[in-house]
Write a protein that binds this ligand. Structure first.
Ligand SMILES: CC(C)(COP(=O)(O)OP(=O)(O)OC[C@H]1O[C@@H](n2cnc3c(N)ncnc32)[C@H](O)[C@@H]1OP(=O)(O)O)[C@@H](O)C(=O)NCCC(=O)NCCS
Length: 148
């Protein structure tokens, strides 16, 4: 997903408003999750994130989403955000986020998600790390993993 930073997207300093970036992250991840599941998805959570570099009005925001792992009714999406100065050709990393969605049926009940086909060593590493993050999320919510 590519966005152009307009004055309406900026804070008082003329740099991009963090809440706007979060909204784009959520949208980009939701499109990815819907494509994978073929269902309506609900944002369950976004892991903590930090903004490494700002993006200015007149610059470009590049967002890339990928499914890292699927579970029973939820799935984790990694969104990588880069800033771009289209006039100079510079591109820089800005923030990465892990977003968890729950797929729902027509009655808004959680519904099973299709498995993810993990092929490369990089995809396998992402999926293993996602499983560890899930354990930490469940532990924080006081809901340890149920056996399958
Ligand atoms: C997300 C939501 C649907 C989960 O409903 P629930 O009744 O807790 O459902 P369950 O306990 O059966 O959990 C369903 C799945 O969601 C996951 N989940 C629930 N809350 C989660 C959270 N905060 N973070 C990550 N995963 C979460 C569970 O691990 C489970 O995944 P699994 O089936 O793959 O194991 C519900 O909490 C909700 O509707 N929240 C509001 C979401 C919303 O309004 N988002 C819009 C942005 S404000």
């Amino acid at each position: 997903m590519t966005e152009y930073v307009l004055p309406t997207h900026a804070n008082a300093l003329g740099t991009i408003f963090g809440g706007q970036v979060l909204a784009w992250i959520d949208l980009c991840a939701a499109i990815c999750a819907q494509r994978h599941t073929g269902r309506t998805v609900i944002t369950a959570g976004i892991d903590d994130l930090s903004f490494d570099r700002s993006i200015l009005v007149g610059q470009v925001v590049r967002l890339r989403a990928q499914v890292t792992a699927t579970f029973r009714t939820s799935l984790e999406i990694l969104v990588t955000v880069h800033g771009e100065d289209a006039t100079r050709g510079d591109v820089w990393p800005t923030v990465t986020a892990f977003v968890t969605f729950v797929a729902v049926d027509a009655s808004m009940r959680p519904a099973q998600v299709p498995p993810l086909l993990v092929e490369s060593p990089e995809e396998r590493a992402l999926a293993e790390a996602a499983a560890e993050r899930r354990q930490r999320r469940l532990a924080r919510r006081g809901r340890p993993e149920r056996s399958a």
